[in-house]
Design a binder for this molecule. Structure first.
Ligand SMILES: Cc1cc2nc3c(=O)[nH]c(=O)nc-3n(C[C@H](O)[C@H](O)[C@H](O)COP(=O)(O)O)c2cc1C
Length: 341
């Protein structure tokens, strides 16, 4: 691999740097993406996964579109929206709207979710890895209706360690017309146990003819991002859990890829201000009551790895007003200002 790695091409879209922010249900909403964009360094951002069937139902019943599409119409680009279901026509209805009305940059398909609700109940997400022909039907129908907007797929290595079939799936994904493939280097049965298998991700590259391979799993530092490009045959990388409490990680990784000095971690006071900005965005959208409850999990992410994190988590998990939130923050982060909600 040459350094810095070249921009990633997804259809006509140029992703520079080739570092992607992963879709994460319950986390990567417009507020979080706004914070990530402020720091820079992420070449492509993604929404949380959106259930296509739910979206269609809302359309047919004149209901509000899902909260998970909050901000999508107005937000800066590039932006990928991830959708899931197992019905090609349902997916096509939603893909068409996203591509042509919302004008998103990429429509991504979730073939990796291992959660029971999605796999056993809806035969979707990683469940579809056992059904390559259905995957193909979903992708090719979406490609048809979304054109020229690129359609991409995100998979795991297989359903279980005994049924790893990512090489076959990679070929199916490309032949069906997808413009990129992202692989989380675990199987669905692994959930998040063990380490992501980057050797296995890397082997997939020889099964793809033209589309880029994006590797995902356990990247939590600028050094690991550099190592991923150095040691493995990937065209791009995707970061998930590690960016939740450290949205500046993309800027650090991008600098490292360019060979520039890696920006230091923000000071505790700066991190506190990021968290408070994040809180304000959430409260502006959802109001103080719901917003404060929603912010609990983000606040825990910001505190992760810090001195006193356990104590902070115990207290922030109970806050339900802005005053309580600020008071917990004030106790753990230096000189938090008064609430302005
Ligand atoms: C809370 C949470 C929510 C997630 N939601 C999604 C999702 O909506 N769509 C998806 O494709 N993957 C989802 N993932 C998986 C991540 O995108 C990623 O593949 C996985 O966390 C491995 O990357 P990491 O080791 O950098 O965290 C989720 C992961 C977490 C922890």
């Amino acid at each position: 691999m040459t350094f810095p790695p070249p921009p990633l091409r997804i259809g006509d879209l140029v992703i520079d740097p080739p570092i992607l922010q992963a879709p994460m249900a319950g986390f990567t909403n417009a507020a979080f993406r706004h914070i990530v964009r402020q720091f820079g360094g992420a070449g492509l951002l993604a929404t949380e996964m959106v259930n296509a069937r739910g979206f269609v139902w809302m359309d047919e019943n004149d209901a509000e579109h899902p909260d998970r599409l909050w901000g999508v119409a107005e937000e800066a680009r590039p932006l990928a929206v991830q959708i899931w279901d197992n019905e090609p026509e349902t997916m096509a209805k939603v893909g068409r709207r996203l591509a042509h009305e919302y004008k998103v940059s990429v429509v991504d398909i979730n073939f990796g979710c291992p959660v029971r609700q999605v796999t056993q109940k809806a035969h979707s997400g990683s469940y579809l890895l056992r059904d390559p022909s259905r995957m193909s039907a979903i992708i090719s129908r979406l490609v048809e209706v979304c054109a020229p907007t690129p359609v991409t797929a995100k998979i795991r290595l297989g359903c279980s360690p005994e049924s790893i079939n990512c090489d076959v799936i990679a070929r199916v994904v490309e032949e069906a017309g997808a413009a990129a493939l992202t692989v989380h280097g675990r199987t669905a049965a692994d959930m998040f146990r063990g380490n992501a298998d980057w050797d296995r991700i890397s082997q997939i590259k020889s099964h793809l003819k033209n589309i880029p391979l994006i590797g995902n799993g356990d990247l939590d530092s600028a050094e690991k991002v550099v190592a991923a490009f150095t040691n493995y045959d990937v065209d791009g990388v995707m970061i998930a859990r590690a960016c939740l409490g450290r949205p500046w990680l993309f800027a650090q990784a991008a600098a490292a890829l360019r060979g520039d000095p890696v920006p230091p971690e923000p000071t505790l006071a700066q991190q506190r201000d990021v968290m408070l900005d994040h809180y304000q965005l959430v409260v502006d959208r959802f109001g103080e009551d719901k917003g404060t409850v929603l912010m609990r999990k983000y606040a825990c992410c910001y505190a992760q790895g810090k001195h006193g994190a356990r104590h902070f988590r115990t207290h922030v998990a109970k806050v339900s007003t802005a005053e309580e939130f600020y008071s917990v923050v004030r106790e753990h982060f230096p000189s938090a200002p008064a609430p302005v909600v």
